[in-house]
Write a protein that binds this ligand. Structure first.
Ligand code: FES
Length: 137
């Protein structure tokens, strides 16, 4: 969820959020606007398919795993503004470690090989707030 740095949030937070801002008032009642992240987590799946014979995430089922992650996030009601977004990425230049995923804002890289790995990242990282060390690259 967006941080308000311990300050009261604007009385119309939806309007403030639609403008990409959290508007707060300090203890001295001076107005302050704070930029917030549009999503709490952004998960990028490399789906690049190389045609030069080198390893690539797209040849290791990353698109199918991305689709599964999107469905999982939606089924859990975690999708949407202020929550979680799953996207494609082109080559992230970690091809030998793939299929790779990077989760922001923590900037944690994972190798995701299965639906069980997706489940772990969603449950442990996104929902639980803990890095899944066994999948980290
Ligand atoms: S093909 Fe996925 S990191 Fe390069």
């Amino acid at each position: 969820m967006p941080q308000n740095f311990g300050l009261p949030v604007h009385p119309n937070p939806q309007r403030a959020a639609s403008r990409g801002l959290i508007q707060c008032f300090s203890k001295m009642n001076s107005f302050r606007a704070v930029r917030m992240s549009f999503y709490s987590h952004h998960i990028f799946f490399c789906t690049n398919e190389r045609d030069d014979g080198r390893p690539s995430c797209g040849h290791r089922c990353s698109s199918e795993l991305r689709d599964y992650a999107k469905k999982k996030i939606k089924a859990l009601g975690l999708n949407g503004q202020g929550r979680v977004r799953v996207n494609n990425a082109g080559c992230l230049d970690r091809c030998d470690a793939g299929p790779v995923v990077v989760v922001y804002p923590e900037e944690v890289w994972y190798r995701i090989d299965s639906k069980e790995d997706v489940d772990a990242v969603v449950a442990e990282h996104v929902q639980g707030g803990k890095v899944v060390e066994r999948l980290r690259v």
